[in-house]
Design a protein around this ligand. Structure first.
Ligand code: AMP
Ligand code: MG
Length: 400
């Protein structure tokens, strides 16, 4: 059985990253992964300008004139840079070009107007309130490496940098299939022994949140022929993700069918929840994950294994940020597997706390409502006590 880290390393070493890319307008690049470096097309700021509304002047003129200067001219946003008449001050507005010959801006709150003259304080600092051309970045600077997923702020930066078209990685295509004779769709009445199917929808949504084109492959009965049928288009996909049927019960057929149609790299990892998880390949292109059926296990293993695989496929660098947090309750257990407890992370007086939620059974979805992170318990650990430092993995940044 592989450790968590071995399994993650094995997955990352197996992933064949996307070869295809496409060029899209910036407005359509949100959530996409960059296919190559993106460079600035212009300097930012594009020209010297003022950070405040006020008066542009030359500090040496100001001292020479005894801190009173005649007002001459105006620089507004959108104007081309003008020239400061020697020995004068120019009205200027935030973002407007600094006139040639000026080296200082004095904010309007600090001056007195006296007819055509402006009276300045003696405390003026030469060089203040300026934004210098290129002080943020310069034309040609690399703004993003390949493999960066672009968010709203990134689109703002790229807009300012004059980037109109972006080469992005092709989207991964993934097929999602659930397995189990007991599963029925919400909306139909349950017959005795049946349960509502939940993993497929959650998995599809998790995939779509990562920008993947996720296709609903339906639910297979616990019958190899039925499963083979649902998986017959596997090779058209970059990823196939199944849930259920991956352990060693008589009716756990997923492993068997994957062994027929592809190659299994591993099928057990020392993690809890989620020990039975198979990973491998069908044909040359398709990576498959057989995730466990228990709803919590399927969510946890998605986060631990599928998400990093997808990020790597899109040329990104998967990370699992961990934050030190103070445990608010005790948790005891037998060592053996790396465990991920559903947890509530909170910020108390600027310190992060982590509460292991009640109901850690891998069939229990109720605590998901409170869950905004995991507590990671190392394989050799027997747990923790209240007040001890634990490693928390945030799933959201809502720490209220
Ligand atoms: P399995 O991995 O098939 O042995 O299933 C483990 C547990 O998860 C069983 O209690 C199943 O009924 C349940 N389960 C399996 N697949 C799903 C699913 N797609 N949605 C909800 N529960 C499931
Ligand atoms: Mg099953």
């Amino acid at each position: 059985m592989l450790t968590l880290e071995e399994a993650r390393a094995a997955i990352l070493s197996e992933i064949s990253p996307a070869a295809a890319s496409e060029t899209v307008p910036l407005a359509q690049a949100h959530g996409r992964f960059t296919a190559q470096e993106l460079r600035a097309r212009v300097d930012n700021p594009a020209f010297d300008n003022t950070a405040m509304d006020g008066y542009a002047l030359c500090a040496a003129d100001l001292v020479a004139a005894g801190f009173v200067l005649p007002l001459h001219g105006e620089s507004r946003c959108g104007d081309p840079p003008s020239r400061l008449a020697p020995g004068t001050a120019m009205r200027i507005f935030t973002g407007a070009p600094l006139p040639e010959g000026a080296d200082t801006v004095v904010i309007q709150e600090d001056v007195k107007r006296d007819g055509d003259k402006v009276v300045f304080p003696r405390s003026v600092q030469p060089g203040s309130h300026l934004r210098r051309r290129g002080e943020d970045f310069r034309q040609g600077d690399v703004l993003y490496p390949a493999g960066r997923r672009l968010g709203a702020f990134d689109l703002a930066l790229l807009s300012v940098a004059g980037v109109a078209q972006v080469a992005v990685c092709a989207r991964a295509r993934a097929l999602v299939v659930a397995t189990g004779d007991e599963l029925v769709a919400p909306g139909t009445p349950l017959r005795p022994g049946q349960i509502y199917e939940s993993n497929r929808l959650a998995t599809l949504v998790l995939l779509r949140e990562l920008g993947v084109e996720a296709v609903d492959g339906g639910t297979a009965r616990d019958d190899p022929a039925a499963l083979r049928d649902l998986l017959k288009t596997s090779m058209d996909f970059d990823f196939v993700i199944t849930s259920g049927g991956a352990s060693v019960g008589d009716h756990d057929l997923v492993k068997q069918v994957f062994a027929e149609i592809g190659q299994i790299k591993f099928w057990k990892v020392k993690v809890k929840p989620g020990k039975p998880i198979a990973f491998g390949r069908v044909g040359v292109r398709t990576h498959f994950f057989a995730l466990p059926g228990n709803p919590v296990s399927s969510l946890v293993t998605f986060k631990l294994f599928v998400e990093p695989a997808l990020i790597a496929w899109h040329h990104g660098v998967p990370r699992m940020p961990q934050l030190a947090a103070m445990a608010t309750n005790d948790f005891r257990r037998h060592p053996g597997r790396t465990e991920f407890l559903r947890a509530r992370l909170a910020s108390e007086n600027g310190k992060l706390t982590a509460t292991a939620l009640r109901g850690q059974g891998s069939h229990m979805l109720g605590p998901i409502r409170e869950t905004n992170g995991f507590i990671r318990v190392e394989a050799d650990s027997t747990g923790f006590r209240r007040g001890e430092t634990v490693m928390a993995i945030p799933l959201s940044t809502d720490f209220s």
